[in-house]
Ligand binder design. Structure first.
Ligand SMILES: [Zn+2]
Length: 471
């Protein structure tokens, strides 16, 4: 028996009839707005080369750690899911087998946002009309495979069909941006911009730090063993990124610690970092100093700054050893902003030329720290509910905890932060629906007029993100 499925038009809207009808009207205003994706990790090569995606598993399972971390948590090893090993030992290559394993375990995602995103992808992107499961796995696999072989599913065609106005990718300052250059030369109309993510050259505890800083020196002709030369080199690469369309930097530090230290002390920290003799406490000071330096550079070159602490990355050492970083073992930790950001805010918090966008995995800080800070300092904005909270409940919670203190206009819309390209429309649609549902409640409770809510809905879906990220 085939289990038919289709997406319900009212999904994620309130069940209360008054609120639901308001939510429907608000959503009608935003559903077809273009997607602005200011932060994410899709591969620019896909669009530069515009080659067909090879098969369902490599497109939908292997790159998405949201998907395989759940299977892993239930005892499925990563090798049969085709996740590449660091040591190059064999892993499953048969896409159909990977897909079947995934489909057999699909029930694990019940009640999760991944299930909603994935169903959206199956239904809206590929036109699948039966529910995924062990029995339908092969039929759905063949159907998606046929789709991927057709020109309508080439990366650039999907980009157009998804109605993406601009998509940001994320790169190290050492990246020469070959794919972005190729894209620009190609004359294709899609807008894909890089983002400057300096973690590998500003975090003394990141792998290969000293070598990276030396490479940075070679790329820029600066002596990066000196503090001033190092800063000039970082600034030089920022300009290179900006020339290739970047409008933002991105900082994945574990904490929001910032510092404002004397030059001679910075010089000695850099020396220790390059020698490998820096202590963990000094490394934290160094990272904190670099955030303050980056804020200074942002004021000069106009790049918007994003900071997203609160992730204990690569928590599982054996997964890290065998499969490398970003494999679904990033776990939320407690974070502080009120004290941590003070050195940076003391210098630049009142400067309207700076935009510092904060988002975090640590939900507890939204009402206590982040909304009050962003509701005061002109330089601060709140990013979206992120990762574990880019879920219906997380998004709702984010609005509930931040709106009364920071309003809507100290927030910057949604970012999908995804590696899974076909899920981009699904994620933005979810955010739009949740925001409309939240606004509908305010309207129903007569805390907001419906025409105001309509304007806010459009701002949250489209205008604020363009404004904040200068896109
Ligand atoms: Zn990211």
């Amino acid at each position: 028996m085939r289990l038919n499925f289709e997406l319900n038009e009212d999904r994620l809207f309130p069940s209360d009839p008054v609120q639901r009808s308001i939510a429907r009207r608000l959503y009608a205003e935003v559903r077809s707005l273009p997607i602005v994706s200011p932060h994410g990790h899709t591969d620019p090569r896909w669009f530069a080369d515009n080659k067909a995606f090879s098969d369902p598993a490599s497109l939908l399972v292997i790159p998405d750690h949201y998907v395989y971390r759940m299977l892993y948590s239930q005892g499925v090893a990563l090798e049969p899911l085709g996740i590449p090993r660091v040591d190059g030992r064999p892993v499953e290559r048969d896409s159909r087998k990977i897909w079947r394993l995934f489909a057999r375990n699909w029930y694990l995602f019940r009640g999760t946002p991944t299930q909603m995103w994935f169903n959206h992808v199956l239904s809206e992107v590929f036109g699948v009309s039966e529910r995924l499961g062990p029995k339908s796995a092969d039929r759905i696999y063949d159907h998606i495979g046929e789709c991927l072989a057709s020109p309508a599913f080439l990366p650039r065609a999907l980009f157009k069909r998804f109605h993406i106005e601009v998509l940001a990718t994320t790169e190290s300052p050492l990246d020469p941006l070959p794919h972005h250059r190729k894209l620009r030369r190609s004359g294709w109309g899609g807008r894909i911009v890089p983002t400057y993510r300096p973690d590998p050259v500003v975090d003394p505890e990141s792998a290969g730090f000293a070598g990276n800083v030396m490479d940075l020196g070679k790329m820029t002709g600066e002596d990066t063993a000196t503090w001033q030369g190092y800063l000039r080199a970082l600034s030089n690469r920022r300009r290179f990124f900006a020339k290739h369309g970047a409008t933002a930097t991105d900082h994945g530090h574990a904490s929001a610690a910032t510092s404002d230290l004397p030059h001679s002390y910075c010089e000695s920290l850099l020396r220790k970092a390059l020698e490998g003799s820096i202590t963990p406490a000094e490394a934290e000071e160094f990272r904190g100093q670099m955030l303050t330096e980056m804020a200074q550079m942002s004021i000069e070159d106009g790049l918007v700054m994003q900071l997203h602490p609160g992730s204990f990355r690569n928590h599982n050492p054996s997964i890290f050893t065998d499969f490398g970083r970003d494999r679904g073992a990033d776990i939320p930790v407690r974070t502080d902003y009120v004290h941590s950001l003070k050195p940076l805010l003391d210098r630049f918090g009142n400067d309207r030329r700076l935009t510092l966008i904060l988002f975090t995995l640590d939900e507890s800080t939204y009402s206590r720290e982040l909304a009050p800070l962003a509701g005061h300092y002109p330089a601060l904005k709140l990013g979206p509910a992120w990762w574990f909270y880019d879920s219906p409940e997380g998004m709702r919670f984010f609005r509930e905890r931040t709106t009364e203190t920071a309003g809507f206009y100290n927030t910057v819309g949604f970012n999908d932060d995804t590696r899974a390209f076909p899920s981009i429309p699904a994620r933005h649609d979810m955010a739009r629906r949740i925001d409309c549902a939240f606004l509908a409640r305010l309207v129903a409770e007569h805390r907001l007029e419906e025409d105001e809510a309509r304007e806010v809905a459009i701002d949250l879906a489209y205008r604020l993100v363009k404004q904040a990220y200068k896109l």
